[in-house]
Write a protein that binds this ligand. Sequence first.
Ligand SMILES: Cc1cc2nc3c(=O)[nH]c(=O)nc-3n(C[C@H](O)[C@H](O)[C@H](O)COP(=O)(O)OP(=O)(O)OC[C@H]3O[C@@H](n4cnc5c(N)ncnc54)[C@H](O)[C@@H]3O)c2cc1C
Length: 408
Amino acid sequence: MPKIIQISVPPEKSFEEEYIFHLALSKSGLYESDVKDWYIKKRSVDARKRPVKIQLAVALFEKGEEIVSPLQDIVFKNVANAEPVHIIGAGPAGMFAALACIEHGLKPIVFERGKDVRSRRRDLAKLNKEHVLNPESNYCYGEGGAGTYSDGKLYTRSTKRGDVNKVLSLLVQHGADPEIMVDAHPHIGTNKLPSIITAIRETILNYGGEFNFEHKLTDLEMEKGVLQRLEINSSKKIETSELVLATGHSARDIFELLHRKEIKIEYKPFSLGVRIEHPQELINSIQYHGERSSVYLPQASYSLVHQVDGKGVYSFCMCPGGIIAPCATEPGSVVSNGWSPSKRNNPYANSGMVVEVDDELTDAYASFGPLRGLKFQEEVEKTCWEAGGKTQALPLKDYLILYMERTV
Ligand SMILES: Cc1cc2nc3c(=O)[nH]c(=O)nc-3n(C[C@H](O)[C@H](O)[C@H](O)COP(=O)(O)OP(=O)(O)OC[C@H]3O[C@@H](n4cnc5c(N)ncnc54)[C@H](O)[C@@H]3O)c2cc1C
């Protein structure tokens, strides 16, 4: 096991290898001649007080010790003739399920309702420039799912999410910057994701998996509660008694299909809110105590949590130097999300500001059973569209005045 040494350095020194090594060495009690190899294991910003510092965890390997690379080398098998596994949805869940199949010697056959990354780009351009939404090819549907044009922030507050290091290694294996293995808050950036998704698809194809774009699951044929066949594009039938359903959160038609087929689904509590935008420099100056003079400091982010009348209100998916994106999958509804390029160099920061949706809010939809949250969400999305149409944004002050007028 390496010796892990924690050091704190000024931002301008945080990429100077010689300086970092010798500082860590001086704290370790080792001589330089004792050390066989070393690397930076974690890097994070400590902005709790001025001056802002960078915290580093440095791994020092002594002579005679096995060097353990943080990067895992994932080995795949050729599965062209292996037992097939049908996967619906080529989002992050579907793609990683396909990779897991290959690792375990099974042949993934992926069906995706949207288009491949390249063709999908044209539909997004049309959406952004002409406000024309293609319900089958948009920010959420298509190769890579909502993940392709997501921000690519790769951290989770949960500690029970399996082998995070393996996921990061797979992304690096497919073109992500190796720094994601080191940063405490790793971020890929939307400009980099499409090529990573394409590389993952190529791995899946090279090892014998299959992709079928513009293939939408339209029905599940059941007999006595057991799956018999998949129906694709309302015509093609595929015999199977098992499938991996990785259709994500936006595919409301799938939740409705499952409910219709009496497949057990449960209402899951969720949060809902608005996306708020502010100048990035304002966030930098607040978080870095008015002193972001150093180019070595990343664009600052924030995370807010508050309780109002017993309800949790919190910021979500904060995108420093980012853009707000229209992420609806159905015409006539408003859904917004945020992304940022790898350099996070847009002048505005944005963040979701959400509140927990409790039973009281969804009571009016109780007759929809497990779909009640979905129906409530649909209603809010449509109401916002009717209120604002294509103009989906307004100054925060106006929003708050409107809110006060309607509630007081
Ligand atoms: C703009 C934006 C920014 C985001 N930023 C981040 C971030 O920084 N970090 C983060 O962790 N998360 C982020 N997210 C959320 C993240 O993208 C999703 O949590 C993630 O994509 C969910 O993966 P999934 O595979 O479960 O579902 P999805 O990505 O929704 O993929 C589901 C796939 O299934 C397909 N599908 C649906 N129905 C059918 C059907 N009937 N037949 C065939 N195919 C079907 C869809 O077309 C889609 O490709 C962001 C999302 C957006 C939109």
